[in-house]
Design a protein around this ligand. Structure first.
Ligand code: UDP
Ligand code: MG
Length: 315
């Protein structure tokens, strides 16, 4: 039997917390009655610098049932950092953590299944959205287009998985070794390794309150999701420069042929050639400088080079 923490980030969620806390406690009751988790498992709400009464609601809920716990961050740090804060706080106290958004749009009935899969040796269990019917059309398609774009940039992620997942103790210890600041958990967690599994997650509608993910927050997340893992955009610059150089040479041939055939305007050939040639040289140069910056960027993250899964060493 494992001790479980359910970590849930909350930003201005006063309207929904009571409802969500009730559902989570009920789930913990059933799971401990079924012998899946210990009775001292708990819910950890992370108040991400809310401007409303979120924290006092959490305090009140804690007064009623001590299994509702919380930490309150000094200011708003965003969804990803809030989840990280919760997981790192729970690490060391528990055997595993489930992260789920406070609005419980994810299917929490998957959690017992996640715990079973952990017992079968999976260190990470991803909730994968099998149906996004409840998501607005625009959000659904933009998210899917984004996952495809990420894939084409060489970022390894789990398709249609957001941040509903189970992580065992060892995976949490692995995660703690990633020192970077612009965190995009969906990209980092697959880098930790270990055996993983997925469960089918059916998304439902938000029961109270509004979405806290503004367009700006969403675009920032998407941008981090690519630029924190891939330097392919820089490679694209170098490739563009090379293509321009090829065009410059084509232009050279065209200019020479025009001269031989005698139909040209004075000054035109040198101008055309210079424009293409200088343009390509500049673009290639930016690409080369960018390559070095890209390498520094990857170095500066101080990511762990490896994480040992098993070892058998002399005593
Ligand atoms: N959230 C957060 N900090 C923020 C924005 C959102 O902790 O700056 C939390 C929010 O309270 C919720 C989760 O992140 O628990 C997901 O947000 P939301 O449900 O509003 O996003 P959506 O489901 O619409 O993508
Ligand atoms: Mg939501």
């Amino acid at each position: 039997m494992i001790r479980l923490a359910i970590v849930s980030p909350c930003y201005n969620e006063e309207e929904i917390l009571e409802l969500s806390a009730g559902k989570l406690l009920e789930l913990l009751d059933t799971m401990s009655a079924d012998g899946k988790v210990s009775s001292d498992s708990f819910v950890l709400f992370v108040n991400d610098g809310s401007e409303d009464a979120t924290w006092s609601v959490i305090e009140k809920l804690h007064g009623r049932d001590a299994r509702i716990c919380g930490i309150s961050l000094a200011h708003n740090v965003g969804h990803q950092n809030a989840i990280m804060a919760g997981m790192m706080t729970a690490r060391g106290m528990v055997d595993g953590v489930v992260t789920v958004d406070a609005d419980l749009q994810d299917d929490i009935k998957c959690i017992p299944q996640m715990v079973d899969l952990y017992a079968q040796g999976n260190e990470v269990v991803y909730g994968v959205k099998v149906s996004r019917e409840a998501d607005p059309v625009l959000k659904r398609y933009s998210a899917q287009a984004f996952y495809k774009l990420q894939e084409s940039m060489g970022v390894q992620t789990i398709y249609n998985h957001a941040d509903f997942r189970f992580m065992g103790k060892r995976a949490l210890d692995g995660l703690a070794q990633f020192d970077e600041r612009n965190i995009y958990l969906r990209g980092i967690i697959p880098l930790i390794g270990y055996r993983s599994a997925t469960v089918d997650d059916v998304i439902s509608n938000r029961e109270a309150g509004k979405s806290k993910y503004t367009l700006r927050k969403m675009l920032n997340l998407a941008f981090d999701g690519i630029t924190s893992f891939s330097i392919r955009p820089i490679q694209i610059i170098t490739i563009t420069g090379t293509v321009m150089l090829i065009l410059a040479f084509t232009m050279l041939i065209y200019v020479i042929v025009s001269r031989i055939l005698g139909h040209y305007v004075p000054g035109w050939s040198s101008l055309m050639l210079s424009v293409w040639f200088i343009g390509s040289v500049l673009t290639i140069s930016i690409g080369i400088v960018g390559t070095y910056i890209g390498k520094m960027y990857m170095e500066i993250k101080h990511r762990p080079r490896y994480i040992i899964e098993h070892s058998m060493l002399p005593k």
